[in-house]
Write a protein that binds this ligand. Structure first.
Ligand code: FMN
Length: 183
């Protein structure tokens, strides 16, 4: 797939099914994440690949967070089911460190670039996905369950798989007027 075509036409897909990327495909996705631009070569990220039995563990973790947070039966059910919207999730955590030249925000942005790179590497190999976040990224039980340290920031849950339906409609060519200026 042509790189420019990918960048101009990419769409997120929320309804995902098997197969998920595996073997070399998955390695390519993770390697693309590792190649994200990174000030100071800190590699300020950690990727947690969730699949198979890991999905059940993640589902239990979200359910526990909803129960202990007193969020009510409806949210508990939603939390429990959330992971199964795709056969694979890659959680991306920004591992933010104190650094004289690389402020925290740059490290979080670098981890965000890793999410985008992995999503595009998935699409380039015939898969699809969607970057999700939501309140679970800040939840102390979810953070602890995913091994987050104090300065860590969960920048996203990248849901990956094969589109359930046909590809979504192409996006219109963006109108740049209000977003770009030239000096
Ligand atoms: C940091 C970040 C967090 C996001 N969180 C969510 C989310 O929790 N739920 C959701 O439906 N979309 C979320 N999105 C948006 C989707 O990933 C996607 O970009 C959006 O549905 C638009 O579709 P498109 O990528 O095809 O333009 C998030 C995007 C970013 C960059």
């Amino acid at each position: 797939m042509n790189a420019l075509e990918l960048l101009l036409n990419r769409r997120s897909v929320s309804r995902l099914t098997t197969p998920a990327p595996e073997g070399n495909e998955l390695q390519n996705i993770l390697a693309a994440g590792m190649r994200a631009p990174d000030h100071g070569a800190l590699r300020p990220w950690h990727f947690i690949v969730i699949q198979g039995e890991g999905m059940n563990k993640f589902s239990n973790l979200l359910e526990k967070a909803a129960i202990e947070g007193g969020l009510g039966k409806e949210i508990e059910e939603k939390a429990k089911n959330a992971p199964y919207r795709a056969p694979m999730i890659i959680t991306v955590i920004a591992k933010v460190v104190e650094h004289a030249k690389v402020p925290a925000w740059e490290q979080v942005v670098a981890a965000g670039c890793a999410v985008q790179a992995m999503q595009m590497a998935a699409v380039a190999q015939g898969f699809s996905g969607i970057w999700r976040s939501g309140s679970w990224t800040e939840d102390p039980i979810v953070r602890a369950g995913l091994g987050c340290e104090e300065n860590d920031k969960i920048v996203g849950f990248l849901y990956l798989g094969t589109p359930e339906l046909r590809a979504p409609a192409k996006v219109a060519t963006p109108d740049l007027t209000n977003f770009v200026s030239y000096l």
